[in-house]
Design a protein around this ligand. Structure first.
Ligand SMILES: Cc1cc2nc3c(=O)[nH]c(=O)nc-3n(C[C@H](O)[C@H](O)[C@H](O)COP(=O)(O)O)c2cc1C
Length: 349
């Protein structure tokens, strides 16, 4: 059982977890028997790329990992039961029970609040091999594999598929809508979604970016190759000027493996924060290929191509889950995302 103050500390840690588009798509319920349940919040999930809740499952994996790590720091060992009722309650992602086993410790929980997404560039290097080993071990804790692309030719082998997937976000109306529905143009401190400042778009480029949020405008400019330029700007430039690109891969594309992949991603990210490394995830290419995607028929050959190209860069028999750009920066991130009030995460039954 958790006392009230420990429960609050644990839920706060869960809320700090990263999520696709800062949607924080989860709810929790703490039962009288001491079990903490996490659910996907259907009001904040299930659209476009998240059609089969794949992004939500990864985000819930990160929530679970923060919970386990925070509990560990408070002296509890957490037992995690993933997908307790997969048929009758598929959005019920996990049940956690806690046993007081040790006194309070210091661990990755120290950086739960510090971890964030950093979209600035360039990141500086080099990153020592021993640091990369610790990062890989963090993901391996949940049976994921990490591939590092550090030199020019290694990066060259993955940049085309990443560019392809990022450009598609401006070419498919469905993906374009999804992308811009999470960008908040007129509120600098939104409780969910991403304020413009966190996207690190240079102030002179912001009016152009706003114009691109209009589907008619972007589809006109795409005829002049703008989607390709945007893909180049968001992938090629930042990654070429950063010391490390990592790919976290998982052994299987089943739900439980994807949730575990989210746990691996979060443990990797917390380890990176511990090492003072900046991190920017790139989900598009792996997510479009993990289980395929239903978008406009004219773009299905693109999805198939991305899938084939991802197979070539992922370890044999593994599925890419997330690319991450890594490196050092001189100053901490200035513009961070915000979160909703704690009460909004509580499940009403
Ligand atoms: C499943 C998942 C997918 C994500 N995909 C991307 C991405 O493609 N590009 C990006 O810049 N950030 C991506 N992010 C980072 C989120 O936008 C970020 O976690 C969220 O806005 C909260 O901000 P924070 O990480 O600073 O707490 C992703 C995060 C998760 C968990």
């Amino acid at each position: 059982m958790l006392n009230l103050s420990d429960l609050e500390t644990i839920i706060k840690a869960a809320i700090f977890a990263p999520s696709a588009d800062n949607s924080s798509p989860f709810k929790y319920e703490y039962h009288k028997n001491g079990v903490l349940s996490f659910y996907i919040d259907e009001a904040r999930s299930g659209k476009a790329t998240d059609e089969d809740f794949i992004l939500s499952d990864i985000s819930l994996g990160a929530v679970i990992e923060n919970t386990v790590i925070q509990a560990e720091q408070l002296g509890y060992t957490a037992q995690v039961n993933l997908l307790p009722l997969p048929e009758s309650a598929p959005r019920h992602v996990a049940d956690l029970s806690f046993t007081k086993t040790h006194s309070a410790t210091h661990n990755l929980a120290d950086v739960i609040a510090k971890r964030c997404t950093d979209r600035r560039f360039p990141f500086k290097g080099p990153v020592k091999d021993e640091v990369l080993t610790r990062l890989a071990q963090a993901a391996e804790f949940h049976d994921a594999k990490v591939t590092f692309f550090t030199d020019k030719s290694a990066k060259k082998s993955v940049l085309p598929v990443m560019r392809h997937a990022e450009s598609l976000r401006f070419e498919s109306k469905i993906l374009h809508q999804e992308l811009f529905s999470s960008v908040i143009f007129d509120d600098p401190k939104p409780q969910e979604g991403m304020p413009l400042s966190t996207l690190e778009i240079e102030p002179p480029a912001r009016p152009f970016f706003k114009m691109m949020s209009n589907w008619k405008t972007i589809s006109f400019f795409n005829k002049l190759g703008v989607s390709k330029i945007l893909g180049f700007r968001s992938v090629q430039v930042p990654i070429s000027f950063s010391p490390v690109l990592a790919l976290i891969s998982i052994a299987d594309n089943t739900r439980s493996e994807v949730i575990k992949g989210g746990q691996a991603l979060q443990r990797f990210w917390l380890q990176a924060a511990m090492e003072e490394l900046s991190v920017q995830p790139y989900a598009a290419a792996p997510i479009y290929s993990l289980r395929g995607l239903n978008i406009e028929p004219e773009f299905m050959p693109n999805i198939e191509q991305i899938k084939q190209d991802m197979e070539k860069v992922s370890p044999d028999g593994y599925y890419g889950l997330m690319f991450l750009r890594l490196g050092y920066t001189a100053k901490p991130v200035k513009h961070r995302t915000f979160r909703r009030e704690m009460t909004s995460y509580q499940r009403q039954t």
